[in-house]
Ligand binder design. Structure first.
Ligand code: FAD
Length: 311
């Protein structure tokens, strides 16, 4: 059994592990894929103190740092269900899809999130080659270029406003008959002169020249007609889904979007269970924030363990 068992090996889980191991607690990480979203990320330019790195390289660094301590890293370990401790100081039990059961006196949930895909031809092929999901991360790569933002909810409209300040031209495409973003955001977007807003638009394909994106095919849902838009980038903003489906019947409070509710100590609604990173209600889904909240959750678990005797 572990004193601290961490579920997830992205930046949040890795940061938490370093903190709890440095407090002398026997720490384990169970992760489906160590590195998490970093393994899908090319250039990273917004991690303070690091001018430029790449996701797989940052993953190697995290793995090496975790390896400096007595931390048991279980890769390819997917959690299926969780049985919380019956009383404070007791053991939580984590069941994996391979049938194994891992136990921990404190748990840190850091299972991250995944971008919702559009599911059209070209999207996977041109991922990181013009197809992007994170405006904070990749916006500057499209300086002066033509891009589309797909999705007219708050995140799509926020992304369009943000990107319109950087890129040459933005086409915002909403599937529905109207934008769903807050009125104040819509007003701001409409006031920008390098933005075109299209509603009732269904993106059916992202096209490219084999190397990079060069356009998209848009179906007008009213007339049924197709047209193509030439552009260099497509930002897909149709939702970020937390990897928390497996926590639904555990008693851990989730937001209406399925995010784990945490307080300023990283505590969830159950004693001895902490959470960090993209899987939580923490607003900004970024590496530096995942690492920071991972540190907080690690220190939260430390506080819990020194205050509650094992039972
Ligand atoms: P994740 O990185 O999602 O890690 C989650 C971990 O949990 C993984 O190990 C996963 O395998 C594991 N897991 C999930 N479910 C289970 C389960 N049931 N059982 C066991 N393990 C499980 N942010 C930036 O700051 N700068 C950037 O430039 C940047 N670029 C990005 C580019 C792309 C393409 C993407 C997708 C994201 C980018 N981000 C960027 C966002 C950043 O990657 C995330 O905010 C960050 O990785 C979140 O860390 P996390 O540890 O919370 O979750």
């Amino acid at each position: 059994p572990f004193e601290v068992l961490i579920v997830g090996g992205g930046p949040a889980g890795a940061a938490a592990a370093v903190y709890t191991a440095r407090k002398g607690f026997r720490t384990g990480i169970a992760a489906e894929r160590f590195g998490g979203q970093l393994m899908d990320t090319l250039g990273i330019e917004n991690l303070p103190g690091t001018t430029y790195t790449e996701g797989p390289k940052l993953t190697d660094n995290l793995r090496a740092q975790v390896g400096e301590y007595d931390i048991d890293v279980m890769d390819l370990a997917q959690a299926k269900s969780l049985r919380p401790a019956a009383e404070k100081g007791g053991m939580h039990a984590l069941e994996l899809t391979n049938g194994a059961v891992l136990k921990g006196r404190a748990l840190i949930l850091a299972t991250g999130a995944r971008w919702r895909n559009l599911g059209v031809p070209g999207e996977a092929e041109y991922r990181n080659k013009g197809v992007a999901y994170c405006p904070h991360c990749d916006g500057p790569l499209f300086k002066g270029k033509r891009i589309a933002v797909i999705g007219g909810g708050n995140s799509g409209v926020e992304a369009a406003i943000d990107l319109a300040n950087i890129v040459g031209h933005v086409t915002l495409i909403e599937f529905d008959t109207k934008l769903r973003a807050d009125e104040v955001l819509q007003k701001k977007l409409r006031s920008m002169d390098n933005v075109e807003i299209i509603v009732n638009g269904q993106t059916t394909e992202i096209t490219g020249d084999g190397k990079r994106v060069n356009g998209l095919v848009l179906k007008d849902r009213e007339s049924g007609e197709d047209r193509t838009i030439e552009l260099e980038g497509v930002f897909i903003q149709i939702g970020l889904v937390p990897n928390t489906e497996w926590l639904k019947d555990t008693g851990i409070e989730l937001s209406k979007y399925g995010e784990i509710v945490v307080d300023e100590h990283g505590s969830t609604s159950l004693p001895g269970i902490y959470a960090a990173g993209d899987a939580t209600i923490i607003k900004d889904k970024q590496i530096v924030v995942a690492m920071g909240t991972g540190a907080t959750a690690g220190l939260g678990a430390f506080d819990y363990l020194i205050r509650n005797e094992p039972v």
